[in-house]
Unconditional design. Structure first.
Length: 67
């Protein structure tokens, strides 16, 4: 809801992203280089509960790669 309130156009539709051959979460891309990403089963402390998935996400983000 808060992402929609920005009024940004969707440039990459809602889709799953994968890690280790499994769906790790979902992502959607918007104008202005904004990406909304979820990590399944992580709660609010992602690195604590899903360390491998969070490392994969952070690595892609730091390298500027699309996940």
């Amino acid at each position: 809801a808060w992402v929609r309130s920005l009024g940004y156009r969707v440039v990459d539709s809602w889709r799953p992203w994968h890690f280790g051959g499994q769906v790790a979460g979902y992502t959607q891309g918007y104008d202005h280089n904004l990406t909304f990403l979820t990590i399944k089963g992580s709660g609010h402390t992602v690195p604590e509960y899903k360390p491998k998935e969070s490392l994969a996400f952070y690595t892609h983000w730091l390298l500027g790669e699309k996940i």
